[in-house]
Design a protein around this ligand. Structure first.
Ligand code: SAM
Length: 252
């Protein structure tokens, strides 16, 4: 397949063979002016629900690219049901968390407001765009759900007790990640969430509350204090390695 066919684009409508796809202005601009695509060049497209398809450029004007879907190249499969709850950080660090969480296969990204959160705002539209870009790059076939920010206490008051919550605890009062995730594997836990604190950490009251929850378990990631964004990526990588259901055909 020619180099250009490795461009992957997410399209937000259901795909099927034979469908004609008028692309968005931004996507058209990218293909025309950045990737210099020409008529008949190939593009891979995915819609987050039906798998991946090979398409080709049928029409190209100064402002618009129209693709036609040729064939299905990969069947749909979704990532394991792991969520990431994180307290929004400074812009670049938050961008990093969203991008790495998407690459590491989270199904849902939930900004949570904690006592020491530096902000109560979360630019979810920006997060969605970053998540899509990360999906296009890492060959994901599904796109993580991005939620609106919510107070941690309110979220936990309505928590589905069938979903285990692993909170990242650097205060040396939690078992190591290998012990906890080995336990999760033995218990066959498939619906889980990871919670990482803000730059200032969880408050003592929050940690007491988390430790008292039957559905929650603390996780230690080693002897050093990690930045929140490092902790999120490290914990997700451990989860993927120890508990993630890898679909062998995933990168077929
Ligand atoms: N309490 C930290 C301090 O003393 O500087 C500040 C919090 S740390 C920068 C941000 C978050 O990353 C923590 O709330 C925790 O969720 C996670 N974290 C950092 N290091 C960790 C570790 N070694 N084990 C588990 N979680 C960690």
């Amino acid at each position: 397949m020619k180099k250009k066919s490795f461009i992957r684009l997410f399209v937000d409508f259901p795909l099927e063979v034979g469908k004609v796809l008028p692309l968005s202005d931004a996507q058209s601009h990218y293909l025309i002016h950045v990737m210099k695509l020409k008529i008949n060049d190939n593009v891979l497209v995915f819609d987050g629900q039906n798998g991946e398809f090979l398409a080709f450029v049928t029409q190209i004007s100064k402002k618009e690219v129209i693709l036609s879907v040729l064939e299905k190249t990969r069947a749909f499969c979704s990532c394991p049901d792991i969520w990431l709850l994180f307290a929004p950080l400074k812009k670049d660090q938050t961008d990093f968390v969203v991008q790495k969480a998407t690459e590491l296969g989270v199904a849902r990204i939930m900004p949570v407001i904690t006592q020491f959160s530096i902000t109560e705002k979360a630019k979810t539209e920006r997060f969605k765009a970053q998540a899509i870009e990360a999906c296009e790059q890492c060959r994901r076939l599904d796109v993580p759900t991005i939620c609106e920010p919510i107070q941690l206490l309110k979220l936990l008051d309505n928590w589905d007790k069938g979903r285990t919550l692993f909170f990242l605890d650097e205060t040396r009062q939690a078992q190591s990640v290998s012990q906890v995730f080995s336990w999760a594997k033995e218990q066959n836990i498939h619906h889980a969430a990871l919670l990482v604190g803000p730059e200032g950490g969880f408050s003592a009251e929050e940690l007491d509350m988390l430790r008292a929850l039957k559905f929650a378990k603390g996780v230690a990631l080693g002897p050093r204090i990690l930045r929140a964004e490092t902790a999120a990526a490290a914990a997700l990588a451990c989860w993927q390695a120890m508990c993630g259901d890898w679909d062998e055909n995933y990168l077929a």
